[in-house]
Structures are given as C-alpha cells and as structure tokens.
Design a protein. Structure first.
Length: 397
C-alpha cells in the first residue's frame, strides 16, 4: 500500500560511547565543553558524590553569627585585650598601623631623632642615584656635537649654530646691511611694505559687481542693503506693482516652462555616439547560451568538460535529492523506457513474485496507460491498481 511505502524507520540513535566524541554533544545552551577523556570520569564522580556532604560538623557549643560579626564601638578594655591578642602576629610587629614599615635596621641615636637631617646639602637626589663624572659629561658633549653636525640633533629650545667662519666678525655684535644716508623719518619700513598706503588711489570697478557685493555681504555695524541704488529714472508705484505681478513666487522658484520644454530629451537613455547603439533589425540573439540545448551532448564526456547540455540536475534536485541518490539511482531512471525482461527482473528482485499470467496482465495495463512506453513507474502504478482492487474485493467478501 501507499501508506506503507511512506512509513520510514526511525534513524538509530548514536551510542553513548561514540556520542561524546562529536561536536553535537555540546550543542545544548549553557553546556560546558569538556574533554571527551574526562566525561565518563566526571559523570561517575557526580553519581558517587551525589549524597556526600563536604566539610566537618562541629558538635557541642558553636560560635554564633552575632558573636563573630560583632558590630559597634568596643570599649577601651576590649580594644586593649584585642591588641594584646594580635601582638603575636609578625605582620602587626613589622607593619604597625600608622607607622612606616619596620625593617630591623639599627639606626644610631643621633640619627634617629626626628629633627635629624640625612641629606647632603647642595646635591640633588638624581645626581646621587645616577652619578656622573666630569669625564662622562665631556664625552657626552663631544658626541652631542657630532650628532648636531651629522643629524641636526639639537636640544629642545637650543639655538642652531652652523659654526660659520666670519673672519673675526662677531655676528652677535655686528649689524649687517646698508644704511640709507637719508632715511624716512615718518614712514620707514611700513612705507616699504605697503607703498600704496601713503597716497590714496582711485580703483575702477564694475558697478554691477559692486552693487552685488553691497547687497549680499554683511558689513560690521551696518545693515545690509536690500535694494540696489540705480541712476535710472524712478518708476511709479503702479508700474512697479504691474511689473511685479507678471511673475508669482511659485514661478520664480519653479520656473515658467512650457510642456514641450518639460518633456525629456529624445535621446534620453540612448547612446548618441555613432556606432555604439545596440540596435538589431531582426530577432538575432547575442552571445552564447549557458545551457547548450542547441547541440547534442557527447556520448563520452571528458573530465574537463563542464558544459551544461540540458541534462544537468536542477537546483531543486540538489536541495532535495531523491531517496536513492546514495546508490546512484536518479529520479529519471524510474521514468526511462525499459523492456519486458528488465522490468520483470527488477520487480522480482525486490520481492514481487508474480506469475506469468499476472505479469502479462499488469504489463498490458501499463502499456495502455503509458502510450506504448513502459517504465518502472508506469508498471508500479498498474501493480498498485491491481493490489488495491484485490484488497477491496477481499474487504467486501
């Protein structure tokens, strides 16, 4: 029956001794990944210690929580007793509260006084820790002078000196340059840097540019000019109103274009360069198709031939393969035309022991329904029809 064909056996469960070696064993949320060599030992330890209580139970009088966590200020007698108890600890002896660490050094009495000074007058602590001799300083100056010459390595804020030979001239005390015999007393250097400042000059500019700058630029302490000043004769208010009503605010923003001017260009989306337009007068197909159904597939395809001749499986068959794909049987094999001997051999090998008369009758029905091409699927449908009719007859009897 069809219902029996659709029933599948449940997949066997992975044995416990093999399951611990797989990554799926730790896919549960919150489960800790453990080495497979210690999984059995951990489970055995948990079973063995499931009812075990750790620690030691004290019998008799025990300390209570209020006695251990005693809050509040203690009396002086209690603090004295507590200090006597803690005085035996080495940490209290070496590190007393509010004092420096006691290292056990024997300091002379004259040096142990509070007002005694132990520093060396006129010597910094850095020079005592990192002591340097005069010879070391001379060596540093020598190599520093070499680095100045080779790498221009000067100290921060140090003036660069190139050690020029001035032939006995001291550049610090000498003034260079030529002095005018008759210097300008009033103007001097400012006149040399800005010669146009002494005599005002008239600059000719375009009137429209000057009016545009005056209307669009802000001047400090002055309001912006909203209207241009023109030398043209003034017009009346009526004429100005009539001239302003010719264009509305919407027309000034959006423009006053006609319908023809608003239409797109005729060559929009098309190549305007001659010889670059893909225009075909007929039904010509450009390029080569990916699936070559126009040519016949070779009988023996070489390993390097990756061309699809229309006989490759589709994406659905790759996502949902058939049940028998693991043994090399495709769905097309069930619909392929086969002869009578081959069909009889296939069904006999899967357990259908049909007599010659039954096989001929079923084959004849399949031959009628399949229009002269009998396949495994067509023979199976005819066989199911015969079995259904036999079962219905037995139920009615």
């Amino acid at each position: 029956m069809a219902s029996e064909c659709l029933k599948f056996d449940e997949r066997p469960v992975t044995p416990k001794r093999v399951k611990k070696y797989r990554k799926s064993f730790f896919e549960e949320p919150g489960k800790r990944v453990t080495h497979f060599g210690s999984i059995d030992d951990r489970e055995e330890l948990q079973e063995r210690l499931s009812d075990v209580r750790f620690g030691k139970t004290k019998t008799g009088v025990t300390d209570h929580v209020p006695d251990i966590f005693n809050q509040g200020r203690k009396s002086e007698i209690s603090e004295y007793i507590n200090d006597k108890k803690e005085a035996v600890y080495r940490s209290v002896q070496r590190e007393p509260l509010g004092r420096s660490y006691i290292r056990g050094h024997d300091i002379p009495e004259e040096k142990g006084e509070e007002k005694s000074s132990h520093s060396v007058p006129g010597v910094a602590a850095k020079s005592i820790i990192y002591s340097r001799t005069k010879e070391d300083e001379d060596i540093d100056k020598k190599y520093r002078a070499l680095y100045k010459k080779s790498h221009n390595s000067y100290q921060p804020g140090e003036q660069r000196k190139r050690d020029y030979d001035w032939n006995g001239i001291d550049p610090q005390e000498t003034r260079f340059g030529v002095i005018d015999k008759k210097a300008l007393a009033s103007e001097g250097v400012s006149f040399c840097l800005n010669p146009d400042a002494s005599e005002p000059q008239t600059r000719l500019v375009n009137l429209h540019v000057d009016q545009f700058k005056a209307a669009n630029q802000d001047k400090l302490g002055k309001s912006r000019r909203r209207n241009f000043e023109s030398s043209a004769p003034s017009i009346s208010a009526a004429e100005a109103t009539q001239k302003a009503n010719e264009w509305s605010a919407a027309e000034c923003i959006q423009g006053n274009y006609s319908v023809e001017e608003q239409l797109p260009d005729k060559d929009l989306g098309k190549a305007v360069r001659p010889g670059w337009r893909n225009v075909d007068a007929g039904n010509r197909s450009f390029g080569c198709p990916t699936v070559r159904t126009d040519i016949a597939a070779p009988k023996r395809r070489p390993l390097g031939d990756a061309q699809n001749y229309g006989d490759d499986p589709v994406a659905s068959s790759l996502l949902y393969p058939s049940r028998f794909v693991e043994i090399g049987v495709q769905d097309e094999d069930f619909f392929a035309e086969r002869n009578k001997e081959e069909i009889q051999e296939i069904f006999s090998s899967i357990g259908y022991d049909l007599t010659t008369e039954e096989f001929e009758r079923i084959y004849g029905n399949a031959l009628k329904t399949s229009r002269g091409r009998v396949s495994i699927e067509g023979f199976r449908e005819a066989l199911n029809d015969m079995l259904d009719a036999r079962e219905a007859k037995a139920t009615m009897a």
